[in-house]
Design a protein around this ligand. Sequence first.
Ligand SMILES: [Zn+2]
Length: 289
Amino acid sequence: MRKSLERISWQMRDFAALIDDRGVEVPLLCLSPALVRRLLMEAVFRQLEWAIGGKLGLPARACSDVVHEALASKRYSPLERGTIRAWICRAVWAWVYARSKGHDFPEFCELCGAARDTLFHRLWVCPCLDRQRREAVGDEVVDGIVDFVSKGKQRLVLATRGGMAHPGDEHPPPLEEGSWDVVWSRDPPSENLFQMQGTIFIDGSCSRHVVKELNRASWCAALFSEENELLCTMKCPVWAPLPQTPQAGEFSGYWGATMCLAGPSALYTDCANVKLQHELPRDAQTFFK
Ligand SMILES: [Zn+2]
């Protein structure tokens, strides 16, 4: 198992904790096996992204989330989606590339015959496809693309493969602790500001980004008096290594609020899964998922 973890740059710190490839602790006693499996799978994909980034000549992991979003869209026919897959996977070889691999093809474009046959020429330059190109992406993109890619090889990768250097390593990662804010609109009943009891409404949310690793989830809880007066609100991001998803926000809200309970309380949620999960008997709640 240690060898397998090393392959994805993970470490086993002790019997109860793994350290993932980004240095985040994965506490085995707090996470379900299904969630640990998901985190392992994501790490395997990150390794693949590093390998792809190296092949494309990027300084970081490759990110193809923009292409994945296009593949999930109903805008494209199955044939078009297959073509997009072929482009991003480098299954389409222009003649210049095929010649560099020893195949005997002519060097110049089959349609216009005026320029060398590269992917960039086929997609963006060849005058024989100008009308279709302008219909597909508009004049502004077509007219600006040569200038755009002249500013770096990474831009050429984006223009021909739909891949880019992954912003997930530059962007601040999800917090592992802290930022658990609490605000009382009245004098708090005890010195510990994080203790509450009564009628509590909880909610979770997630801000979405086309690059999935930049999604960020958080939760909040609001305490009301019997006279329906707002007494206290608390909010907190969903901490790593939990997934940054709306569901993780809803469940973190439940557990965050529960940890602060100082006495009998009623919790209200708008998430059916949270409600169903916590209505189950105790032994069913520890189901492996
Ligand atoms: Zn041409």
